[in-house]
Design a binder for this molecule. Structure first.
Ligand code: ADP
Ligand code: MG
Length: 698
C-alpha cells in the first residue's frame, strides 16, 4: 500500500492537478468560477477539457461520462469514448470544451413526474465545476446537473446548488448589516455519517427478498439480537476490517475524506463518517461512498445493504447529516464562541434556524420519508417522526434567558477532571449529546438525524438551505431600514421575538418517551407516522411558495417531485408485496407441507411398528403447522387482493394511503405467521437462510 498522502485524491482532477496542468490564466478563471460562482467561458472550458483528457488518458482512461443524479434514487452515467477518427484509418483521443460542458442523454426514461411528455425526450447535463471530476473504472467522471430541453429541473443537484446560492445571498446581506462587510460568500458545509450492513454474499444469493427489495420480508428473530450491546464500537472482525481497509483506500483515491469507522448497534452493522466538505461535494461523495461500499463488498464475497431496515427486530440504518454555515473568511456562523450570551451574530443565525425548523417541520419530515424509513421513524430506534430541536443545557438556558429577559452567564467550556494523574484533563463540550433528538445542536453544527441510510442527501440539504434562506431574508427585511444607532437593539428584539414565537420546536428531553408524544401534540407539532401522511402536506401553499419565491423550483417542478416520490413509494410497496406473495406460494408453503408430510410419515411408521410408541410430538407439530398453513394461505390471498385493489387507484396519494393501510398491514400479518412457522419447521426444510446465519454469518 502506497502512503496515504500520495494515494489520496490520486484519481481526482483536483486543485493540485489543475495548478500543475492548466495555464495560469485558465486556472485562475476556473478558480473564480468555483469560488465566486462566476460564469465560465467556452474558451476556458476547451483548455480545461484538453488537460482533463490528457490526465485521464495517462491514467488509462478510454471514456468519459457525465455523472448525474436523476430522480431515480441512484446516480446515472452514459459513457462515450475519447476516440475521434484521424482520417487515415486511425484514431486520436479528443475531448472538447463543449463535451465537457454539455451532454445530451435521452431523458425520456428518467422520472419527470409528468413534466415532460416522452416525445420531448431531450435532456441536458451540464458540468458542475464546483465538484471535481474523477476517474473510476477507466472512465473520466464529470459531475453534472440534469435538466430537460425546456429547462425543467430533473435532478437533485440543481436545486441543491441553487439553495446554496440563495442561502449565501441572504446570509451575506444579514452579515453586512451586522458590520461583517468583508464577507462575500457563505458556504453550507455537510458531513454525512453513513450506516450499513455487511452480510455474506452466498447467503444473500439465497434470499430473493434481499435481492429484489433490499430487506428481509420474512425471518424469525435470532435467539440473540443487539441486547448485549456487544457489537457497538466492538472489536472489528478480520474479514470486516479488511473490507474497511479496502474501502478507505478506494475512497481516498477518489478524494473522499473517509475518517471514522466503527461497528454499530446491530450485529453486522457498521458506520463510516467522512470529514465534512461543501454540501455539494459532500452529496456527490456520499453517493460515491454508497456505490463504492457495494462494489468493494463484492470483492470480499460480501454484500453491503444500504436499506433502512434490512432486518426486523434489530436497528435499521440511518444517515446523519451534520450541517453548518461558514463564511468565505473562514468563520463558522454556528460556532457559539466561549460567550454565546454576548454573540448576537450567533444568536441571530440560531434564531433563523429555530424559526425555519419550526415553520417547515413538515418539509423536514417529508424530505426523510421513504418506504424504507417508515420502518424506523418513530419506532424507538431512529429519532421519532416528530421533528424537534435539541440545543443542550447551556444554549437551552441561554435561549430561555433571552425569552425571559433575564441576564445569563454561559459556563463556557469547563474543565473535565479525570481524577487520574496520568490522564490529561481536558475541556468539556458545552453541551452533552442527546442521541434521541432528530435535529441536535452539536457544538458548532446541527446534526439532522432522521435521514434513512439510502437517501440522497441533496434533498434534505436543499430543503434546509432554502428554509433558512427564507428566514434570513425576512430578518434582513425587518432590519434593513433601522438606523445604525438603533440596529443592535433591533437585532436583540428580533432574536427575543423569534425565540419566544418558536420555542415550541425546542425540546431537550428524551424524544422516545411517551410524555414527549403527548407534549408535542399539546405544542401543536406534527407527528406523521408514515410517508403518505407526510406527503399530504407536501403541496401546502407555504411550501410551494418557499420554493417558488427563492427560485429553487417552479410550482410545476415541485409538484413533479411530489408525484415522483409518491409513485416510487407505491412501486416499492407493490414490489415488496409481490415478492412476499411469491416467497409464500413458491417456497414457504411447499416447504412447510413437505415437513408436515415427513412428520406424518414418521408418525404412521411408528404406529405401524407398534401402537404403544408415542406420536404426540409429530401430531402436535402436524396440527399446529397445518392450522398455521391455512391462515398463511388465507393471508396470502388477502395480500394478493390488496395488491390488485391498489393497482386500480390512479391518484398517487390515494394509492399510497391505501398501500400503507392495506398492503403494509397485510404484509405484517403474513410475516407474523410465516416467522412463527419458521420457528417450528426443521432447518433443512426452510428455504431461506435464517437471521442467525445472516446476522452472525460474517
Ligand atoms: P458522531 O458519531 O458523534 O455523531 P462523528 O464525529 O462521527 O460524530 O461525525 C461528525 C460529523 O460532523 C463528521 O462527518 C464531521 O466532519 C462533521 N462536521 C464537523 N464539523 C462540521 C461542520 N462545521 N459542518 C458540517 N459538518 C461538520
Ligand atoms: Mg452522528
Amino acid at each position: 500500500m502506497s502512503k496515504v498522502p500520495e494515494m489520496f485524491g490520486s484519481m481526482v482532477f483536483n486543485d493540485a492537478v489543475m495548478q500543475e496542468r492548466l495555464p495560469q490564466a485558465t486556472y485562475k478563471a476556473l478558480k473564480k468560477t468555483v469560488e465566486n460562482g462566476e460564469a465560465l467561458d467556452i474558451s476556458i472550458a476547451n483548455v480545461v477539457a484538453n488537460a482533463m483528457k490528457d490526465w485521464a488518458v495517462e491514467k488509462g482512461c478510454t471514456h468519459f461520462t457525465h455523472w448525474f443524479q436523476p430522480m431515480t434514487g441512484v446516480t446515472a452515467e452514459k459513457h462515450d469514448s475519447f476516440i475521434v477518427p484521424s482520417g487515415d484509418g486511425q484514431v486520436i483521443m479528443e475531448f472538447s470544451g463543449k463535451e465537457l460542458i454539455k451532454g445530451e442523454p435521452d431523458a425520456s426514461s428518467f422520472p419527470s413526474g409528468g413534466i415532460r411528455a416522452t416525445f420531448e425526450a431531450r435532456g441536458y447535463t451540464t458540468w458542475d465545476p464546483t465538484s471535481p471530476a474523477f476517474i473510476k473504472d477507466g472512465s473520466l467522471y464529470i459531475p453534472t446537473a440534469f435538466c430537460s430541453y425546456t429547462g425543467e429541473v430533473l435532478d437533485k443537484k440543481t436545486p441543491l446548488l441553487r439553495s446554496m446560492e440563495r442561502l449565501s445571498e441572504q446570509a451575506v446581506k444579514v452579515l453586512h448589516l451586522l458590520g461583517k462587510t468583508d464577507v462575500k460568500r457563505v458556504i453550507t458545509t455537510v458531513g454525512a455519517e453513513q450506516e450499513y450492513f455487511l452480510i455474506d454474499k452466498s447467503l444473500y444469493e439465497q434470499r430473493v427478498d434481499l435481492k429484489l427489495t433490499g430487506r428481509t420480508l420474512f425471518g424469525a428473530m435470532a435467539p440473540k439480537g443487539q441486547e448485549l450491546d456487544d457489537h457497538y464500537f466492538g472489536v472489528i472482525k478480520t474479514r470486516v476490517s479488511e473490507y474497511m481497509r479496502d474501502l478507505d483506500e478506494e475512497l481516498w483515491k477518489l478524494g473522499v475524506l473517509a475518517k471514522t469507522k466503527h461497528n454499530e448497534v446491530a450485529p453486522s452493522q457498521h458506520e463510516l463518517a467522512p470529514i465534512f466538505s461543501t454540501s455539494n461535494i459532500a452529496t456527490d461523495h456520499n453517493e460515491l461512498m454508497m456505490e463504492v461500499m457495494k462494489k468493494i463488498a463484492e470483492k470480499h464475497d460480501l454484500v453491503c445493504l444500504l436499506h433502512e431496515k434490512p432486518f426486523a427486530g434489530v436497528n435499521g440504518s440511518g444517515k446523519h447529516d451534520n450541517w453548518s454555515i461558514t463564511t468565505d473568511t473562514g468563520e463558522n456562523l454556528l460556532s457559539p464562541g466561549s460567550h454565546p450570551e454576548d454573540n448576537l451574530q450567533f444568536q441571530l443565525f440560531l434564531a433563523a434556524i429555530v424559526k425555519a425548523v419550526h415553520e417547515y417541520q413538515d418539509l423536514l419530515r417529508i424530505t426523510v420519508a421513504s418506504a424504507g424509513n417508515d420502518h424506523r421513524l418513530g419506532a424507538n430506534e431512529a429519532p421519532p417522526a416528530i421533528i424537534s430541536m435539541y440545543l443542550g443545557d447551556d444554549l437551552g438556558a441561554l435561549v430561555q434567558s433571552i425569552i425571559d429577559g433575564v441576564s445569563y452567564k454561559s459556563e463556557g467550556k469547563t474543565k473535565m477532571y479525570t481524577g487520574v494523574d496520568v490522564l490529561a484533563d481536558f475541556k468539556k463540550d458545552t453541551s452533552d449529546r442527546n442521541r434521541t433528538s432528530p435535529f441536535a445542536f452539536t457544538g458548532n453544527k446541527f446534526e439532522f438525524r432522521a435521514l434513512g441510510s439510502a437517501l440522497n442527501i441533496a434533498c434534505p440539504n436543499y430543503m434546509l438551505n432554502t428554509m433558512v434562506a427564507e428566514e434570513l431574508c425576512q430578518f434582513y427585511e425587518e432590519l434593513k431600514d433601522v438606523s445604525e444607532t438603533d440596529r443592535m437593539d433591533a437585532v436583540k428584539a428580533l432574536i427575543k421575538k423569534t425565540f419566544t414565537d418558536h420555542q415550541n420546536i425546542i425540546f431537550n428531553g428524551d424524544n422516545y418517551s411517551e410524555e414527549w408524544m403527548k407534549e408535542a401534540e399539546r405544542r401543536g407539532l406534527y407527528n406523521f407516522h408514515s410517508l403518505p401522511e407526510a406527503y399530504s402536506h407536501f403541496m401546502d401553499q407555504k411550501n410551494v411558495e418557499l420554493f417558488v419565491k427563492h427560485n429553487i423550483m417552479s410550482e410545476q417542478e415541485f409538484r413533479a417531485r411530489y408525484e415522483i416520490n409518491l409513485s416510487e413509494y407505491n412501486n416499492q410497496m407493490n414490489i415488496e408485496a409481490c415478492t412476499m406473495i411469491e416467497m409464500a406460494k413458491k417456497n414457504i408453503t411447499p416447504a412447510v407441507t413437505a415437513f408436515v408430510k415427513e412428520l406424518t410419515d414418521a408418525a404412521l411408521a411408528k404406529k405401524a411398528l407398534s401402537a404403544s410408541i408415542p406420536t404426540s410430538v409429530e401430531e402436535n407439530l402436524i396440527t399446529g403447522l397445518s392450522n398455521q398453513l391455512v391462515a398463511f394461505c388465507e393471508k396470502t390471498a388477502e395480500l394478493e387482493e390488496a395488491v390488485e385493489q391498489a393497482s386500480r387507484l390512479e391518484d398517487n396519494l390515494e394509492r399510497a394511503y391505501y398501500s400503507r393501510v392495506h398492503i403494509f398491514e397485510k404484509m405484517q400479518e403474513l410475516r407474523k405467521i410465516g416467522d412463527s412457522m419458521e420457528k417450528e419447521t426443521a432447518a433443512k426444510y426452510w428455504p431461506y437462510p435464517s437471521y442467525t446465519d445472516l446476522l452472525f454469518g460474517v
